[in-house]
Structures are given as C-alpha cells and as structure tokens.
Design a binder for this molecule. Sequence first.
Ligand code: STX
Length: 318
Amino acid sequence: MRDFFPEIEPYESGMLDVGDGQSLYWEASGNPDGKPAVYLHGGPGGASSANQRRVFDPEKYRIILFDQRGCGQSTPHASEADVDLSVNTTWHLVDDLEKLRTHLGIKKWLVCGGSWGSTLALAYAEAHTKRVTELVVRGIFTLRPIELDWFYEGGAAAIYPDLWEEFIAPVPVEERSRLIQAYGRLLHDADQSVRERAGVAWSTWESSTITLLQQPDTIAKFTEPAFAVAFARIENHYFQNNGWFEPNQLIERAGTLKDVPGVIVQGRYDMCTPAFTAWDLHKAWPEAEFILVPDAGHAFDEPGILNALVEATDRFAG
Ligand code: STX
C-alpha cells in the first residue's frame, strides 16, 4: 500500500485578490519546475491542509493548494457575523481557479479533489477542459438533491441513529422536516451562541461520519467553533442553492471529459457521499479508470483511498 509522501513546506505563498472584496490564500510546494497540479479541498467551506500536499511526488510536481472563498486563511472569513455569502458560489470558485492559474503562469494543470473538491473539479474541468491535463477525483459528490437528502435530511440516520439524534437536537421539532433550511436560519441567528451550537452540531455530524472508524483528532479539528461555523454556513448556503447547478448537470455533461485522462476513486463504505454517485459518473465517463475501494469510507487518508490517489498521481507524473 502506498502512503503519503514526506511532509513538505511551501516554497512560496500569497494572497490573491479575486474581486468582490475576497482574497484567497494560496501556496506552492514541491518542485518549482515540476508538473503543475492543484488540489481542491472539501466542504465547501473546508480548508487546505499540509497532508493534501503529500499525495504528489514533491520532486515531480509543482503542488498548488488554496483556500476557497470565505474559509481557511482566505478573507473575509465566513465565521464573521456580517458575512456576505452572495459572492460565494460554485461559479465564483470556478472563475477563481482560472484567476489563480493565470496568476501563477500555469498553462494547464492536473486537477485533484475529493468530496466537494470532486464537485468543483468536475465543474471546472467541464467548463475549462483544455486547461486540465488529468483529473483525479475521489469520494464523488455532485450536489444532487438525492445526495443532500441522504446525508442531511435523514437517509444516513439509518446507519448512525445515535449521531443523527445529536445532529437534529439544535433544530426545533416543527422544523425537522427541512433540516438544511432550518440550519440555514440557526447558522445566521443574531445570537452567537445559537450560531455556534448549530455550527458545531453540523460539523460534528459530518466529521464523525466521514471515516470508516471515528477519528477523535479529525472531529476535534473540524468542530473548533470558528472553523465549524464557517464550514457549516458555506456548505448550507451551497446546498440551499443546489450548488447553482442544473439538475444532474455534472453527470450529464461528463461527456465533455472523454479526452481528459481521469481516475475516479470511491470508498465502498463512504457514508457521506455514497457510491451511487461515483457509479453514475463512471457510467457517464467510462474512459476514466474507476476504482471502488472495498474497505474504505469517505476521507482521503483512508488507506485504500490514499493508495489509489498516490498511484494515480505517480502514473500521471510521467
Ligand atoms: N461535504 C463533503 C465534503 O467535502 C458534502 C467534506 N466533508 N467533510 C469535509 O469535507 C471536511 C474534511 C472538510 C470536514
């Protein structure tokens, strides 16, 4: 089994002004003359992290990470009381990727992402196919209502009745038939303690269910209140708007990817973004290699998932 490459530090980083008052943190690590690759983090509303550098061979790749609008080290941060999320949509992020690529003087890059990172990778690659050398996606999420219903409206309660009880606890009983909407209200409540309780409950649910076995470190990291509120607010905002996608958009337009070398990696026991979406993508984009890992959940550091990702980036390194 392949493991992470060694820990590395960025050789360069900065803040990119993308307009709308938004500045994005970005960084480059690995080989400055290597093959360009960008890693797209999850959520939306998650953050880049040092381990994301480590799915690429640092001698062969120029590795680009960045924090999407409103999260990580990007500013303004969506945990702030008066956040304006109207300038934070899928298509803003797709445009930001083009701004970052141009800023860094990159013609084409390998695009890698998991979970929401796979959603954004697909949206970007379908819109800017010629800019993508290869596409490596895992834990496939396309933000269709059926996927949101599964994870945020009660489907996955079948597997986690105990954690589900905690997820719905902050929501008044009469609002529990539409949890995403109810959480949207709580996450922007005038009372900071209401916002934080909601943000932490939302992030506890997500971070407790993304790995095959619960990982206390992962849960602790993603339930720190400022992170949790920004993460929950941004996710909730995207989900209330169905990601600004047409119904089934990413799957239906996957035909545009037929000439892009690709790998789809999916854990069989992924409870956050279950395998049916990866399967639908595989059917719509049969040219891509499809790897269904038999003993993994959702997160990218699950051994079988990481192994498949590293094998893919190594193969594409040439
Ligand atoms: N959201 C899935 C996703 O992208 C639907 C995601 N889930 N958890 C994360 O990301 C963190 C690892 C950032 C907590």
